[in-house]
Design a protein. Sequence first.
Length: 703
Amino acid sequence: MLKFYYLLTITMMMTLSSCDQNKKKDQSSGENPLLEKFTTTYQVPPFESITTENYMPAFIDAMALHNAEIEAIINQTEPPTFENTLADMAYSGELLRSVSSVFSGQMSANTNVEIQKIAEEISPLLSEHADNISLNPKLFARVKAVYENREHDSLSGEQAYLLENVYRDFVRSGANLDSEQQQKLIEINKKLSMMALKFEQHVLDENNAFQLVIDNKDDLAGLPESVIGMAAQTADEAGMTGKWMFTVHKPSMVPFLQYAQNRDLREKLYKAYLNRGNNNDKLDNKKLFSDIINLRIQKAHLLGYPNYAAYVLEERMAKNPENVLNLLNQVWDSTLVVARREATQMQQIIDDEGDDFKLQSWDWWYYAEKLRKQNYNLDDSELRPYFKLENVRDGAFMVINKLYGITFKPISNIPLPHPDAQAYEVNDQDGSALGVMYMDFFPRESKQGGAWQGEYRVHQVLPDGEEIHPVVTVVYNFTRPSASMPSLINFDEVETLFHELGHALDGLFAKNTYPVTFIPTDFVELPSQILEHWATEREVLKMYAVHYETGAPIPDELIDKINNSRYFNTGFNNMEFLAASLLDMSYHVLSDTGAIDINQFELNYFSQLGLLEQIEPRYHSTYFTHIVGGYEAGYYSYLWSAVLDHDAYEAFRENGLFDKTTATSFRKNILEKSGTSDHEQLYRDFRGKNPSVEPLLKNRGLK
Ligand SMILES: [Zn+2]
């Protein structure tokens, strides 16, 4: 199961030049808790004394201070060195980092109308603030001088990595181009961001454009009562009381595809879903998509890259398109075998039931559901009693303690980001401090959906040698307890709980000197996804998954069902993902500009690939919003991280689930150093070899 990782937007704020906004002076300076040194326990933000009115003036003051810090770097007479330029840049903007992280935390987990308004007001100012630095020629000249001298300076590994990344960020923003080319780049970026907005708006409108309205009860045959009830409510809200309505939103569409016996209606609904943005009307995205791809090719060429994928992947662990394609093709071959087998099993059911048709894509969910019942019947309500939230949380703490010896001690009397949150002091095995962690479990109106980890303060070592400990937060949306019932979570939520704690460990164990780090997006899920593996181990489940009433450990047959269920529909899940990832890459390795006939392009590409006709890619081009809005040439990243976590976990399988040497090596090489060194090398330092795709194939039932 893929999860999202929301990095709280502690924007990389290294900027210069005074913009007009800085002249607006804060009237209440001096009484603004965001601008004072935090004197709370553990120096956490004084959440309870911060008011909405404090944010805007704090942002303005913090940006002005940051600008002054950058001015000082530029205006010094000393020749540029790592210390007086790169290090000073990295430490600069600390106040802005602090204000931004408190604000982001509130915006995601405790928002209101005023906070949203401030966000709208501040985000263009922050992006202008960041833009001003990346196009500042004087600052770049200093960075470039240090970069060109790097062979002669004796830099530490962390310093060399920081320098390389900062320099590259400047270059990638166009700092090395002449002013005419820079102007061209700014134009392209502007066009691209407007086109992306338009594309996404079309998809949003398409999602709401189609309605499958049912007025004949017979057409509901096969659907569970709860699904029918929801469809009745959807119709009611649309003013069609007494009818039933399904839409192309997944929570509405998927149950219909899974259960509806009416094959024609399944086809109608699924085709509407597949054709979003492809109906030759005002919401059509084909030309827009082709234009976006072409602008990206132009941008890549302007910056000196053969294609857009090469530009994007340079910063990733994968490094180049060949490495990505190599991985995707390798998993593709194994997946094809399994997906074909699943299709054959489904065709068998169709034939056995006496029907005379060939399995199609709109049939897949329906027959997969039959296969699931037959082979993997895992009932949520059977499992939940064994997953009382507090038991799962303490189980995860126990796993972490057995691996690393660290402890989580509840703290009271500390400011909380929300009254629902819990605070923990995290200490190393020798009792020394690692940091503070907040946990915030339950949904509320002011909180965004999903689960994420964020940071209120990042680790760093100040120039005077003082070590600053991180303050992290993990936020979830689990079932609330009631007066008569504790919070009993489902298995997906169990994995999510472990997942976010894995991100938290990455933050808590960090040993970086500078508060600015660079973690590639195809690496970032390794620390989180690896922790999920322990959650499903039999010996671990026996320790924490005990019945909330009787205290009895979870029975072996339920553990078997949990472990088997990962093989369900695995050919389909992997194939639809791979097809979308490969499609993403196929556009971004194009090196010649020219209008693209999107439908023809897809048709050719998928037939050459050998995609089964019964399986559609998870996204078609006309609604593939990920690769329009920031994840372009990046959809493969989920798989890349997954290869790493399966291979890394294999080390624990080989040496013992709680083997101290393996755990220490994972901590020292991966968790302490992520973001400060070449990640391919870090991985090899831990594993002694390059990652292998074999453990992933095995664990996903592809081999
Ligand atoms: Zn994550």
